[in-house]
Design a binder for this molecule. Sequence first.
Ligand SMILES: Nc1ncnc2c1ncn2[C@@H]1O[C@H](COP(=O)(O)OP(=O)(O)OP(=O)(O)O)[C@@H](O)[C@H]1O
Ligand SMILES: [Mg+2]
Length: 319
Amino acid sequence: MKSHYAIEVVNLTKMYTPRGKPSVHALKGISFTVEPGAIFGLLGPNGAGKSTTIKILTTLTPPTSGRAVVNGFDCLHQPLETRRSLAVVLQQNAFELYLTVLGNLRTYARFHHIPRKEADRRITEVLDQFGLYDERYTHAIDLSGGMRRRLQVAKAFLSGKPVIFLDEATTGLDPINRRTTLSAIREQASKGSTIVLTTHLLDEAEDLCDRLVIVDHGNIIAEGDLHEIKRLGVPAYTLNLIFRNVSPQTLQFLKAQNPLHFKHNDTAADITLQRSHQQILDIIGELDRHHDLVHFEVHTADLEDVFIDLLSRQKEEPV
Ligand SMILES: Nc1ncnc2c1ncn2[C@@H]1O[C@H](COP(=O)(O)OP(=O)(O)OP(=O)(O)O)[C@@H](O)[C@H]1O
Ligand SMILES: [Mg+2]
């Protein structure tokens, strides 16, 4: 029976054995599934195993053991069917440097047997979507790094494949082009494509992904939607407080809370505390009643705080 999932990874391991060098255990038995139409994020520090996972799922390297299924096809035993189901933007750019932007897109469309009329329509669409129209006659070799990246992503989206893998697709893009690319990713997912992406930009993952896994040293250390992952981190709140005047008593009270971070001036204080929701409310109540509090804002930990917390705990725990 064909898998209901767009991607199914079961107990996947990968051992690289480079000649004359020690073996690298890049994946140590990871499992996860991705629902069709989801935007799925693979996060983790350098060398965690993200690109390796993508290379296995896109048939570029075989797993050492375990199973990887894309669009119902086994990556190892049905490589052709798997490849027909996907498009990929690798961490390293790959394109025809001596062709123009248009030439690259046309070649790619021909390679994927997209009929000419349909290809022209979609090429116009992606040129516009990725802000490459004015550069359509520029040779790829003459494009800036960010534009080359956009051309790569544009090619993957041109394919109209059900599953699209983006390995650090927004690396090197300026904020405006990053935003355009992110909205193109969202649009593609809303049309039903499944998107698997890796990124080091946690605000990007926070913004885009329906589900995330955090990989470290070839293991999954956290998995879930954003809220589930945030709950795994130590609860921390940052309070931005404005006072009529920060008195010595107020300072003493705030310092006594044992803050993770604390800074202040004559009228304002920013303080980060590891407390429950209720304890935070109690502290604000106390400040309001006895310390001339004028205004406050409370922020919960963002994904970056949780990411750093989870990884530092991983280092403390023996593997
Ligand atoms: N072809 C290879 N031969 C030997 N070792 C490799 C090979 N490819 C990757 N590795 C090793 O496998 C581990 C995982 O690498 P991988 O590229 O999957 O990490 P990553 O999570 O994508 O990191 P980054 O964030 O830096 O892109 C690393 O230790 C890396 O050095
Ligand atoms: Mg990588």
